[in-house]
Ligand binder design. Structure first.
Ligand code: SF4
Length: 312
């Protein structure tokens, strides 16, 4: 019985990696010349942003900061500025922090070891496994939402994974992981791609799937999700949108910004103040800096041009 299960897992891996060989999207961070730093940057950017919105900022970022040391030498505010409209800008500060840690503790080279990777700011279990696997070809269980959905459907027969991986789910994923590191790395990227383009959350395209006969969810007739309600992400009118609008003003300015410019970007005062306070608390914005001899206050990106200075 167990041997049969192992054989089924191995066949799934073979079919999915073969499918990947013929269908993989050409993503620049997957090309052979991509450095571990380029892969790490892509993983930070892709954490909450779709692939198509990441391509250009990723290329610009690496042109400007081709190594961790280059980014570590720049003020963190410049990282926030260059992050642009990728969203969730705390990632920019964490990526800057990771670059500083790599420069200081790892001689400027992105480490390959899982524990070393996890010791970097902003690098959790998923990102560490992804970098170890994609950049260094190591054997690691890479569990992003796409992989979790594929494994959940194929092996467990559930439409969607829970909020975070359980031990049981991780054990199932480990059972699929091939012994050979290079094959394991191929499986990691292939299963992720399958979830991203075929076995999607809303409309799986089972007719294009390489493992339809192995899919427990399909065999069971696609039972409906019985877990907690899945909420769609709303953005309009949220504090997140407000934070984005305020940050856009600061990014586009070479000098500290006063209250009237922020008010023009987001007129609603209570939410604006709350969002501003949270940006300051997160270290994405510095201020307010009282103007010399006056009571006007101004804000700026951290360590960037004009940060920490009084208004002219
Ligand atoms: S058969 Fe359909 S639901 Fe099952 S893994 Fe393939 S695409 Fe996903």
């Amino acid at each position: 019985m167990e041997r049969e299960a192992r054989r089924g897992e191995a066949e799934t891996v073979r079919a999915v990696t073969r499918w990947y060989d013929e269908n993989a999207r050409d993503l620049p961070w997957r090309r052979p010349g991509a450095t571990p730093w380029a892969v790490l940057v892509s993983e930070f950017m892709l954490q909450q942003t779709p692939v198509e919105r990441v391509r250009e900022p990723w290329a610009r970022w690496l042109e400007r900061w081709p190594t961790p040391a280059a980014l570590a030498d720049s003020p963190s505010g410049e990282a926030v500025r260059a992050w642009g409209r990728l969203g969730y800008p705390r990632r920019a500060l964490r990526l800057h922090g990771a670059a500083v840690a790599i420069a200081e503790r790892f001689g400027g080279e992105v480490p390959a070891d899982l524990d070393d990777l996890r010791s970097l700011p902003g690098v959790g279990s998923y990102t560490a496994a992804a970098v170890a696997s994609f950049a260094f070809g190591r054997r690691a269980v890479v569990l992003d939402t796409n992989v979790r959905r594929v494994i959940g459907r194929v092996a467990i027969g559930e439409a969607y994974p829970g909020t975070s991986p359980t031990r049981a789910e991780t054990a199932v994923a480990e059972a699929y992981l091939p012994d050979e590191p290079a094959v394991a790395a191929r499986w990691a990227v292939a299963s992720m791609e399958l979830g991203a383009v075929v076995c999607t959350a809303r409309r799986p395209r089972c007719e294009g799937c390489p493992v339809p006969e192995r899919c427990a969810w399909r065999r069971a007739g696609y039972p409906e999700w019985s877990g907690p309600p899945r909420r769609g992400q709303t953005y309009e009118g949220t504090d997140r949108q407000c934070r984005g609008a305020l940050l856009a003003v600061l990014r586009s300015s070479d000098s500290p910004v006063g209250p009237e410019e922020l008010e023009a970007a987001w007129p609603e005062p209570v939410q604006r103040e709350r969002a501003l306070a949270s940006l300051v608390a997160d270290g994405l914005v510095v201020g307010p800096a009282p103007e010399d001899g006056g009571d006007e206050v101004r804000w700026a990106l951290p360590g960037g041009r004009g940060a920490g200075t009084s208004a002219p």
